[in-house]
Write a protein that binds this ligand. Sequence first.
Ligand code: SAM
Length: 304
Amino acid sequence: MTEQWGVRIPLSEGETVRRELIASGVVDRTLRPRVEDGYLLVPGVEEIENAVKLEFGENSVREELPRHEQVGGLVILQEDDVEGAKKILRNRPNAHTALFATSPVEGEFRTRTFKVLAGENTTQTLYNEYGKRMVIDLSAAYFSARLANERQRLVSQMGENEYILDMFAGVGPFGVTLGAKAGFMVCNDINPHAVYLMQQNLAMNHIQSVVPMVGDAKNLPEMLNGMKFDRIIMNLPFTAYEFLEAAAKLAKPSCTIHLYSLVEREGEHLDDIKKAFPGATVTEKAIRSYSPTSWHAVYDIVIG
Ligand code: SAM
């Protein structure tokens, strides 16, 4: 505690008077106002009118942090900045590791390589999305929290006992979120490590209606031996539209397909969609911007 000049304001007028004092530039912002016996005690920078010496706690000074995003206990910095990484971990008690991506999202598995800047030597963490827990490992399998709201949107659209297929399921965030309400769901990915993590995620969330599968999505019609679905999720942003013909073979006569794609103009994939699903009703929505000239879009394709 620090002794400083301060004023005692009856609580009923406390906020109004405090704002007036701030506007007059006489409030000491390094100290914390406090309440005592029905009065708000406001620290001043000098001996202002009616001021008396009072005790105040210090305001914690927030450290300026480098730009970063946080996924579970991992923070990912935009710069290769070890000191900045340590500073972030000091200020984020729930983060255990600070990373810098040394590659873009690349390859068939859509993964990145990372340098550990500070904290534990790992790219794995536990992530919580709307109460569902998931193990993710950013160098082994793709994961992004940016579609969290999309997952909630799809759950809210679902009917009872739907048959659902996720063609590019990664570590299973759609499976974990939609699986509890689905009658039956297949979550497929070509990356075996993603499916290994998906199995853990399904078990951790007690989801029993989802079957994990490893395979190339273009072979799904044969692999699934004629099985058909009420809802199909296609989240492979650069090339999902190339799998529309396969999706058409997997759709029930009445089906909703959610195609996620990075686009540079509205209606970019409409021709491909109309070719695979003639007569479908298509709604396109921008989800978030990706670069100055492109954005992440979702096409909801309703047939039947
Ligand atoms: N849906 C997941 C999510 O939202 O976190 C993962 C989406 S990620 C953008 C795309 C996934 O598709 C990756 O996990 C990658 O391994 C998988 N993938 C790429 N090509 C594939 C293919 N031909 N067949 C099946 N999965 C594929």
